[in-house]
Write a protein that binds this ligand. Structure first.
Ligand SMILES: [Zn+2]
Length: 143
């Protein structure tokens, strides 16, 4: 599970060594080096490497955004995986909740948990296009 690090924990006007960042965020030094590989900026090439609080803050804010991934139309958010997942297409089920709102229920293709997604019936056409033919049409109530 990915931990979310608070970008405001570091001071903008300070510079940190890799060790200090590791201590501050209670992570392994290796994790901080990974952040450097992922784009966290350092002051210069001199040793020890110094990381500006400002850069660290910016980097962690960006990471937060990355973690907050949005579901594509064809994906459902899986609570267990904590990520948008493609549903197992054989399990897709459509339920019309109200005249304007519907729900898709499916099983996560990764962990087999039940997933749910609410949407407006207006967007049903595009959802069906995205989830391909497999999504059954909502059953219109007769009468
Ligand atoms: Zn899952």
């Amino acid at each position: 599970m990915k931990r979310i690090h608070n970008p405001n924990k570091c001071k903008t006007h300070r510079s940190y060594t890799v060790e200090e960042v590791a201590l501050l965020y209670e992570v392994h030094k290796r994790t901080v080096r990974n952040w450097l590989i992922k784009g966290l900026a350092v002051c210069d090439d001199k040793r020890p490497l110094l990381i500006l609080g400002r850069d660290l803050k910016q980097f962690l804010q960006k990471q937060r955004q990355v973690n907050k991934r949005k579901c594509k139309l064809s994906e459902l958010y899986c609570l267990k995986c904590r990520e948008p997942r493609t549903p197992d297409q054989n399990t897709l089920e459509f339920i019309e909740e109200t005249s304007t709102k519907g729900r898709v229920i499916a099983t996560c293709s990764v962990c087999n948990s039940r997933m749910n997604k609410y949407f407006k019936l207006d967007s049903l056409t595009s959802i069906q296009r995205d989830l391909a033919v497999i999504l059954p049409l909502p059953q219109k109530h007769i009468g």
